[in-house]
Design a protein around this ligand. Structure first.
Ligand SMILES: [Zn+2]
Length: 511
């Protein structure tokens, strides 16, 4: 049977079996356990803060989270010697090498960024977020401007401390997407931007996918919508014992361990697709975390390898699966029985409603075709701010110009423009590109998986478990063992190729 095993190597490969054999790594793994526990505690504290905590204790909870993270930082610094010795060990296997790599990345931030700078960033973020909320409400950028200027200065300093090759923005992006550079992102965004522009122009002129739909205005009962979301979770075969869903203003996914992964969804009372696709999006994130090999629990490898790869999983389930005709067919009976107004619309109408394409001003409302433009704009702005090629004062006007250039609409005020996202006030500069990288990688998965299984038939027959198994074997199992570029090379033989996303969008919207 050897010939068969060789011929079907990838299919017959043994399940991932991470083994820590090196004595230094085994020792490190034991000493890391309390830090893993602190991460788990922080995650639970934060989950509770967004879901059930009485509002009155938000200040104390903030202190509790910060103190927990401080303890973790102290604990990490104590591992410095051991990590350095483990790095020098010869012949580490993949799991051991990944383990040491991830710890070193964590540690680097603590050792390279001075405590005073870290404190300044945190304080500016806390104060800036409060002011940003008020500024957005009043649509007054001048209120937020000094905080953004301060944050940009601090982040430029952070980039200097962290070190980089090429552009200083590389140091900031690397925190969220290991190894990514402005050269990579420029290479990805150039063809993506020009091809998307062509797709958008055609979609708008042909009118097959509407820019607005009457269903957007129809109100629903929250309890009824909850039943639809529960049915979606059943279709996705989410496990009952290790997963749960709650409600929060901004949906998110978190995990306390591989055996306890939680998502939240939102109910705004109308336009039911927002609630349904938040649920599916976060479930995509959750499937990744739930399918990490359990033997990686208690280690820093029991997490996603990067934000971009994490986002590829949520987007894959939300857009490539959830917004397909086959999935609509599967969820339609639940929609019809729970939301009485749906009976007036057939499956085809529901498909057009959930796939409407509309050039719009707000990123979080954007559709599959226009979404990446919102990211390109933010990437371009951040890169210039950090590179010192653009002053914060000029940013709102540049935002308006870029919006017009990319999406063809111009914000009338700053609330619809530069003030719409929370990221900058919180110091998350270098983050935005990962959303589009996620879309690009999702396109690569969509292309690659169809070489091994009939995707449409699997969805049509409600056999989503097959798709989950495939993703587990190729990606989820490994957690953070391989860097985002390395795991892509293993799966696809290439990294961040936007061609597959473009092909998918062309086939879907222009066919
Ligand atoms: Zn996401």
């Amino acid at each position: 049977m050897v010939w068969l095993a060789l011929g079907l190597y990838t299919d017959l490969r043994l399940p991932f079996d991470p083994m820590f054999e090196n004595p230094l790594v085994k020792d490190l793994a034991e000493k890391y356990k309390p830090l893993w526990a602190l991460d788990s505690v922080s995650a639970l504290l934060e989950w509770d803060m967004e879901t059930y905590m009485p509002l009155g204790s938000s200040k104390q909870r903030g202190v509790a989270v910060a103190q927990t993270q401080l303890l973790r930082q102290e604990g990490m610094l104590q591992l410095l010697d051991l990590i350095t010795r483990a790095e020098m060990s010869k012949g580490l296997n993949d799991s051991e090498a990944g383990f040491v790599r991830v710890l070193r990345r964590d540690l680097d931030y603590y050792t390279k960024v001075p405590p005073k700078l870290l404190e300044d960033i945190l304080r500016t973020a806390t104060e800036g977020t409060v002011v940003w909320r008020e500024a957005r409400k009043k649509s007054d950028f001048s209120m937020f401007k000094p905080y953004l200027e301060k944050m940009v200065d601090l982040k430029r300093e952070e980039a200097e401390k962290l070190g980089y090759e090429g552009h200083p923005y590389n140091a900031l992006m690397d925190r969220f997407e290991e190894g990514i550079t402005t050269n990579d992102v420029d290479r990805i965004f150039a063809p993506l931007g020009s091809d998307l522009k062509g797709i958008l122009a055609k979609v708008v002129s042909e009118g097959e996918f509407p820019s607005a739909h009457p269903l957007e205005g129809i109100r629903y009962e929250e309890t009824a919508m909850k039943r639809v979301n529960d049915d979606a979770l059943k279709l996705l075969q989410m496990p009952e014992k290790t997963f749960r869903m709650d409600v929060s203003t901004h949906p998110f996914t978190t995990s306390m361990s591989v055996q306890d992964v939680r998502i939240t969804t939102r109910y705004e009372g109308k336009d039911f697709k927002a609630s349904l696709f938040s649920t599916i999006h976060e479930s995509g994130h959750a499937i990744y975390e739930l399918q990490i090999d359990p033997s990686l629990d208690y280690t820093p490898l029991s997490r996603a390898t990067s934000l971009g790869v994490h986002e590829s999983q949520s987007r894959f389930w939300e857009n490539f699966i959830g917004r397909s005709r086959e999935f609509v067919k599967g969820i339609y009976p639940s929609l019809k029985s729970n939301l009485p107004f749906v009976v007036r619309y057939n499956e085809d109408e529901i498909y057009r409603y959930i796939n409407s394409v509309k050039p719009s001003l707000i990123r979080t409302d954007a559709d599959e075709v226009t979404y990446n433009f919102h990211i390109m704009l933010r990437y371009e702005l951040e890169k210039k701010l950090i590179g010192g090629e653009l002053e914060v004062t000029e940013a709102p006007e540049v935002w308006r110009d870029l919006m017009e250039k990319y999406v063809g609409v111009r914000p009338r005020n700053d609330a619809e423009g530069i003030l719409q996202d929370v990221h900058w006030s919180g110091g998350m500069i270098g983050y935005f590109a990962t959303y589009s990288l996620g879309n690009v990688i999702a396109g690569m998965f969509y292309n690659r998986i169809q070489k091994d299984l009939d995707l449409k038939t699997s969805v049509a027959n409600a056999q989503l478990g097959r798709i989950k198994d495939w993703l587990r074997e190729k990606l989820h199992n490994y957690g953070a063992t391989y860097s985002p570029k390395d795991i892509q090379k293993r799966i696809f033989g290439e990294t961040y190729n936007p061609q597959w996303l473009i092909k998918y969008l062309q086939e879907k919207y222009l066919a």
